[in-house]
Design a protein around this ligand. Structure first.
Ligand SMILES: [Zn+2]
Length: 164
């Protein structure tokens, strides 16, 4: 499958999935939420260094959920959108303070990095994600069946090209 066509198809499926939240999807290098444009960026890159600690935090809080990184990350970003208005000014200030402290530290141990997930905004986003994933399994499976199949086809065409 052509990479541009594959990304176009995934974006269409995700836009449809995000419509009830008033959000739009766009591919980028990483998952992120941009509140000013109601945009969620997704990534097809698989970088364990970036996803391992996030998954460690999410799975320790929701051990009953067996979901791929893509699903956890996508719903964490939707969670930012759905929980931001519930955060108090103190919680937002605390989130900034922790994130700034992490940014200022030069050497990061995994423990330092795990601090990130204790930020009230990050904690709330993953909390929202876990609850949504548990209660909307059918809706998620319908979307993920299509998206994961496109990803599989993209990987196959890539592997074929590598070999030839
Ligand atoms: Zn986040």
């Amino acid at each position: 499958m052509d990479i541009v066509e594959g990304i176009k198809q995934i974006t269409t499926v995700l836009n449809d999935y995000l419509k009830p939240f008033g959000l739009v999807a766009e591919m980028d290098y990483e998952f992120a939420y941009y509140w000013e444009s109601d945009l969620i960026t997704f990534s097809l890159l698989d970088i364990p260094e970036a996803s391992n600690l996030f998954l460690l935090d999410a799975e320790s809080r929701f051990p009953q959920i067996k979901a791929p990184f893509f699903i956890w990350a996508l719903h964490h970003e939707i969670g930012h959108n759905c929980t931001y208005d519930d955060l108090s000014e103190e919680e937002i200030a605390e989130s900034y303070a922790i994130k700034n402290k992490i940014l200022e530290t030069e050497e990061h141990s995994d423990n330092d990095k795990m601090l990130y997930y204790t930020c009230p905004d990050e904690y709330a986003a993953t909390d929202w994600a876990g609850n949504y994933i548990m209660t909307h399994q059918e809706r998620i499976a319908k979307m993920w069946n299509v998206v994961s199949d496109i990803i599989r086809q993209l990987k196959e065409s890539y592997d074929d090209e590598e070999r030839s």
